[in-house]
Each structure stands twice: as structure tokens, then as C-alpha cells.
Write a protein that binds this ligand. Sequence first.
Ligand SMILES: *Cc1c(COP(=O)(O)O)cnc(C)c1O
Length: 384
Amino acid sequence: MDPDTAHPESLAAQALGWVEPATQAISPPIHASTTFVRDADNQYRSGRVYARADNPAFDQAEQLIARLEGGAQAALFASGMAAATAVFQALAPGDHVLAPQVMYWSLRNWLTGFATRWGLQVELVDMTDPAAVRAALQPGKTKLVWIETPANPLWTITDIAATAALAHAAGARVAVDSTVATPVLTRPLALGADLAMHAATKYLNGHSDLLAGVLVTRADDAFWQRVKAVRAQIGGTLGSFETWLLLRGLRTLYLRVRCASESAQRIAEHFAHHRRVAAVLYPGLRDAPGHAVAARQMQGGFGGMLSIRARGGEAAAIATAANVQLWKRATSLGGTESLVEHRASIEGAGTPAPPDLLRLSVGLEHVDDLIADLEQALARAHGG
Ligand SMILES: *Cc1c(COP(=O)(O)O)cnc(C)c1O
């Protein structure tokens, strides 16, 4: 396979087409070694010293993900949170950063808690509104703008290209949590972002059986080296077995994301004007606030995540989740099995999730089964 001309589907299906030279194996060996032999003349010509800093198990997966995102390099982390927080820890205390009001809850809590105590000046803005971003940027002082699109759990859309232009004019870097979009649907670096981040726990692996995170950089610059130093120093490093599993999951990424995305669109349209549903939040719906931007920056679908707001408020939402038989009541997303979650219950006080909201992660089951199960669960929740 010529990696310069092959389509991303081909690169993913064959994990870049690599064959293990010693045995001709198509599936790579699992490199478990934590340490590597030093040359007799006291050099480390292999470039490998100790597995907290780097690991040969990473090479194939990191190069594949970098290629799919169109970046210079990728770095695997022990979780999505380890990847995301490494970006902020590569900044200096006193730096000003902008983050969205609507974003992945655990990262928002870390930013307003730990990162703020550590001295970062974290400002939460309406990232979907370029005028609000422009007003909040402090040229020279703002060092990072963090975007998440589509953003948990309301699936709001941020215009990556427009926001990156504003940030760059003020001298700030742009990082995009692209977990929900995946490289199948959006390529943040091509739209002007400097870094793309994924909770690889979700779609990249896709089987709800490992925690992993990844960052992809547009340029191998000094900031990227600081990010990689954070990984090596604090040990937010992925394990060898998880890396092997992740590479296996990546082979089916394109099939899985397109299937989930098509089903999510069908489910969103089915329930958009349903008598037991107050609202469906999904960027693929024509009247969704971010639809025009999403249609421009997402290719081939709007993702597998949506939320529905139950008519009848919190009690009806929780009763609907209680009555599903095929969907699983669980947090997380991006696996083969469809998940439903009453989001306000897990986020707690201060959540932007309305109390009647159910977050849906659409999996790979037949879409008619998924719709029928939600229909019967909504009916039971309403006593019919
Ligand atoms: C899950 C998730 C994270 C965090 O990833 P972990 O692997 O759970 O640490 C970050 N951002 C988004 C959008 C996520 O869905």
C-alpha cells in the first residue's frame, strides 16, 4: 500500500499496511518491555530507554492516528483526561486560556478546580459565538483556546476555522477535543487547529474495553516537546496491551463511525417531532443551531451522539431510561452497544444539562430495534 495515495479507510483497515519483519505477522507483537539495552559504548542509538517516555508499541498506532488527522506526530496517553490535561500542563502558571461553557464535564471540573489553583487563568466562554471569543481573547496573554465540537452533552457546534483565525490573530494556540467527531467526520488540523485531542476510549477504540487518549500536533515544535515531556514525567503513558487493542479497534473506525452516524441521524429525525419528546439535540437536524457550520466542517455525517429531552421533565426522563431493554443505561460513548444516560445525574450541581435530558450514544445495533426500544420506553414512562 502506498500510504501517500491510499484513502484513510485503507490506511485504517490495514493499520498502515505494516507487516512485522521478523515473522511476517499481520497483527503486530505486543511489546511489553519497560526497558531497553544500552549500547556497549554507553549510547542509546535505538532511541529507546524506558517505557514511561516512549514505547515501540506506540509507533504504529501513533503514526496511523497522525496520518488520519493529517498531523506531524501523535502521542498516546493513558486516558483522554491524561491527554487533555497534558496540553494545559505544558502552559505556564499565569497564562490565560479560553474553554467552552459547554464541554466534557470532568475536564471542565479539572480546569476550574486543579488548573485554576495551579495558576492558570481559565475563562469559560460561549465558544459557539465568535463575537464572545473575540471579546474574551487577551492578545499576548491568552495562550490557548480549547474547543470541543460537537460538545457534550448538548452537541453544540463551534466553527473551528473561524475560531482558530481569531485565536491565532491574538497569538493563542488552538486545541480541539474531537472525540465525538473523530477523523472520519472532521479534521481539525486542516481547519486551522494546532492540536487535535481524542478520548480514544470512545470511537477510536470503539469497544468499551480500554481507556486511552491521544493528541495530534500540526507541527513538531517546542510546545509539542513540552507536551511529550509532561507525558514522560508524570507517566500518563498508555500500556502496551491497551495500545495493541486500540490498533485493532482503529481498523474498523470508518465502518463503525459511519454506521453510528447514519443511525443517529435516523433516530434524531424520528423523535424530532414526537409527542413524548420535548426536543432532540443533534447537529444533523436542519433546524439545529449549529447545523450550517456542522454541515460545512463535518464530512459524511454528524456523529453518533445525540440527546433527547423528555416531555414530562426529569421524572419522565429517568423513567424512560429505566424502561429501556436494548439500550444500556451507562455513561461513556462510542462503543458498539448503544447507551442511554440521564446526564444531569452524573454531572451533578452546576451542570448545563437540563434535568429532562437523556444522552444517547448510538451503537451498531439495527436502527429499527433502537427506535422501537426507545418508543416502548417512552410509552411506559408516560404510563401507556
Ligand atoms: C470521555 C471523554 C473525555 C475523557 O476521556 P477519558 O478516556 O475518559 O479520560 C474527554 N472528552 C470527551 C469529549 C469525552 O467524551
